[in-house]
Design a protein around this ligand. Structure first.
Ligand code: PLP
Length: 551
């Protein structure tokens, strides 16, 4: 499997002995006295709270992060190398395979400039073929261009392409890899999370000559941490690891990546990606109406590619309004790449493009709350009815919180990774606190809301929930339950949840419940809460609903 990689690699890379750095401690295993690396035994001053040991050298390829990223991409840890961003993986590939003055890389332009940049830096030649006038990759032309080059080592395909957004169908990538069996085909999937494409990461691990690049910069919001990866068969990855510097990844970045990839955070990341995609459609549709814009391409990235009438005039307009976009005249006449931001940022951009945008401050909040017992992420949008995805670790409680959001008419993503093997108590309480905190944050100064909510449903069970979003916590719970548990959910937690919610939300919540069946009674409480919240959070005007003028 690695025969091709070994044959194509620079002989001097293969001849180098690995760095002799001894055994690096895995963070947290501190029962060894490390006097082997000339580190300073003291933590840097002022780094309290950073208990990750940044006075120590990190593992060159941190085992925990390798495992998590390999899991994310569906490959084995030995089939992936973690790099300082995907940029660094491009550089690493060129350094490992291209001899100065002899070897060559192929790019299909217009595309990401780093491929040619790093090749030239290494003294390798850059062969170019053109995308079609619609910026699609023509596989036959790409293969022909590759076959015309002696000394071709790497052929780069960017899908979705930067800056145009065009995806390259996976079938075509595989066709190219099959045809160019003596070349390493590098598929850059930096934007794949925003597209409809299937990743070829797992496929790359099985093939002799396909490398997939991934990054946490775009989809996971970690551009500043610089974490990317190259994925390929283990032999090829082994070649790349020989060309790595001894400690390429800063400990703080490793920690940031592990935190972002924690299971409790995944659903929020997924929801953010969905939101960016929805904004991409909205902005694409609206910006097409701008008199300044000739053509809009909405591909598979977190950006749009525009062709504008008068780029210098647009540059001046945007500059005056403090909006930065990328002018890409070399990709197309009047080419402009616009990244999708928050809805407020996008509105500002649309308005700078001469479009009328009604101001609509968003009522959203995101919370990450970690303790030693629970790790919780919440995303909430009071002005959208969905999506709703709840994972607290306690199925019945998931169902209850889902009822609150469904009847409340708002979007709620909540996931909790907690010590449910001990008991549901911590997870249930902490989720209530995180949910209440997110609600309070999304309500902001509570301008324009109904403030009060009343609900009285249903069945043989009857629950009354009265809500006043007064800013002041108080809670009353009248009612009792016969059973100790419903599934893994302790019935005594219901009163507790309503109290935690009142405290963290800053609300009076009064609950009265009666009936026969504990399941019905509990469900009635949560449904009624949803209905009350629906009234209380509804926008009715623009004033703060208090004679005091503040809540
Ligand atoms: C942004 C980008 C990268 C590099 O991302 P890193 O931040 O270095 O991980 C790689 N390829 C393309 C096409 C990009 O647009």
């Amino acid at each position: 499997m690695s025969a091709l990689a070994l044959r194509l690699a620079r002989p001097e890379v293969l001849a180098l002995p690995p760095f002799d750095i001894g055994v690096r401690a895995v963070a947290g295993l501190a029962d060894v006295i490390s006097l082997d690396a000339n580190e300073n035994p003291f933590q840097p001053l002022g780094s309290s709270g950073l208990d990750v040991g940044i006075n120590r050298y990190p593992e060159p390829q941190p085992s925990r992060l390798l495992q998590v990223m390999a899991g994310l991409y569906g490959v084995a840890p030995g089939e992936l190398v973690v790099t300082r961003g995907a940029d660094d993986a491009i550089d690493l590939l060129v350094r490992a395979f291209c001899r100065a003055g002899e070897d060559c890389v192929l790019v299909a332009t217009p595309t990401f400039s780093a491929y040619a940049h790093f090749a030239r830096l290494q003294g390798a030649r850059v062969a170019e073929t053109k995308l079609t006038p619609d910026f699609d990759l023509d596989p036959a032309a790409f293969i022909a261009a590759a076959r015309a080059e002696a000394g071709l080592k790497l052929a780069f395909i960017c899908s979705p392409n930067n800056p145009t957004g065009n995806p390259v169908p996976t079938r075509q990538v595989l066709e190219i890899a099959d045809a160019l069996s003596d070349t390493i085909v590098v598929l850059d999937e930096a934007y794949i999370e925003f597209s409809e494409l299937e990743s070829l990461a797992a496929e790359a691990a099985k093939r002799p000559n396909l490398v997939v690049l991934r990054t946490l910069s775009k989809a996971y919001g970690l551009a500043g941490a610089r974490i990317g990866s190259a994925i390929a068969n283990a032999g090829l990855i082994g070649v790349l690891r020989r060309a790595l510097p001894p400690y390429p990844l800063p400990t703080l970045s490793i920690e940031a990546a592990l935190t972002a990839l924690a299971p409790a955070r995944r659903t929020v990341h997924e929801e953010r990606i969905e939101r960016i995609k929805a904004e991409r459609s909205r902005v694409a549709e609206r910006i097409a109406a701008s008199p300044l814009v000739r053509k809009v391409r909405s591909g598979g990235g977190n950006f749009l590619f525009l062709e504008v009438e008068d780029a210098p005039a647009l540059a001046r307009r945007l500059d005056q309004r403090g909006i930065r976009v990328r002018f890409r005249e070399n990709a197309a006449r009047g080419g402009v790449r616009v990244t999708i931001g928050t809805s407020e940022e996008n509105d500002a951009a649309l308005s700078a493009f001469g479009l009328d945008i009604e101001a609509r401050p968003s009522r959203r909040a995101e919370i990450a709350r970690d303790t030693s017992e629970t790790r919780i992420a919440v995303a909430l949008d009071l002005d959208r009815p969905g999506p709703r995805r709840i994972g607290t670790g306690i199925a019945f409680y998931d169902h209850m919180l889902d009822q609150v959001a469904a009847h409340g008419g708002f979007s709620l993503i909540l996931s909790c990774d907690g010590d449910v093997e001990v008991d549901g108590h911590h997870s249930i309480e902490d989720c209530a606190i995180a949910f209440g905190t997110a609600l309070a944050r999304a309500l902001g100064e509570r301008r324009g809301i109904g403030r009060f909510g009343f609900a009285l449903p249903m069945d043989e069970a009857e629950a009354q929930v009265l809500v006043d979003l007064s800013g002041r916590p108080s809670s009353v719970f009248e009612g009792s339950f016969a059973a100790s548990h419903i599934g893994a959910y302790p019935t005594e937690m219901t009163a507790h949840v309503f109290r935690s919610l009142a405290d963290s939300l800053g609300a009076s919540i009064h609950v009265r419940v009666s009936g026969e069946n504990d399941h019905h009674k509990t469900e009635a409480c949560f449904k009624a809460l949803g209905r009350s919240l629906r009234q209380a959070i509804r926008l009715e005007g623009d004033s703060v609903p208090s004679t005091k003028g503040m809540l």
